[in-house]
Design a protein around this ligand. Sequence first.
Ligand code: 13P
Length: 291
Amino acid sequence: MSKVSMGELLRDASKRGYAVPCFNAINLDMVRGIIQAAEEARSPVILCHAEIHFKYTPLAQIAPIMVEAMNKAKVPVSILLDHGKSFSAVTQAMHMGFNAIMFDGSEYEYEENVRRTAEIVKIARTLDVSVEGELGYVTRPKSGGAEGDDDDSIIDDTTLYTDPDQAREFVERTGIDALAAAFGTVHGVYLKKPQLDLERLGEINRKAGVPIVMHGGSGLSDDDFQRSIDQGVAKINYYTGMALKVMDRARERFAQSEEKMFYHEFMMNVIGDLQEDAQGIMHTFRSSGKA
Ligand code: 13P
C-alpha cells in the first residue's frame, strides 16, 4: 500500500468515521515502532517531524528514513512536516520527499495567515503535496513540556478558538486539504482538565468543507477522542503521551534489572514499547483494521 496522499487518507477517515493517527517520530526507533504498530493493527498512519524538533534531529537525517519507511510499509502512509513555520523548512521538506505539509500561520493576523498559507498551497499543488493549515491558535504553555513559551494562563482563552464562519472562508481562499482547529486542546501536558468545545467543533466541521485536525492529542480521555471523531476530527496529532510513556517503561525496566544491560537490548525494548503505545492509540482512534 505504502505512500498515499494525506488528502486521500483523511477523506477516507471522514467517510468511515475514524481518525488517522499522526505521530511525531523524532528518530529511527520511533519510526520503526510506529510502522510496526500500523502494520500489526492494519491502520493507516501519518509520520511527522516538527520544525521545533529539528534541533534534536535535523530534517536531512530523518527525511530519508521516513521516505523509506513510507515506501516500504504494507499499510497506507503519509509523511508530514509538522508545524512548518519557515519557508525554508517547508520547501526543504517537499524537496526531500514529504508528501504533506502542515503550514502553521496561526501566529499571524488572519490576512497574513491566508496569504502565506495560499502561497504554500500553490507550490504544493505542483508537487502533489497535501497541505494542512491552522486557523485559531492551539496553545503551547511553557509548563507543558512541548517546547512552548505561551503563558500558562492562556490555556482556556476561548478567544483563540477557531471561528466556524472564518474557517469556511479560510479554506476557500487558501485551498488547503485539511484544517487544524482550536476548540480546547493544548500541546503538551494538560495543566487543567480539558474542556472541549464540541459544539463549535461540529460547526467548524460542517462549514469548513475539509477534514478537521486535532492537535494536542495527549492527555484526553477516550470519551473526548470518540466524541471529537464523531464531530468530524479525521486526524489526531499525538506525541507527548508516547514520549512520557516510553520513559516510564524504561524506568520500570531499569528498576527491575540487576544485570548489565546492553544498549541494543534497551533499544529493542523501547521499539516494542513505542509499538504498544501506538497500537493502543490506533484502537482508540478507530483506525485499526481500516487499512
Ligand atoms: P501532543 O504532544 O500534546 O500530543 O501534541 C502533538 C501535536 O499536536 C503535534 O503537532
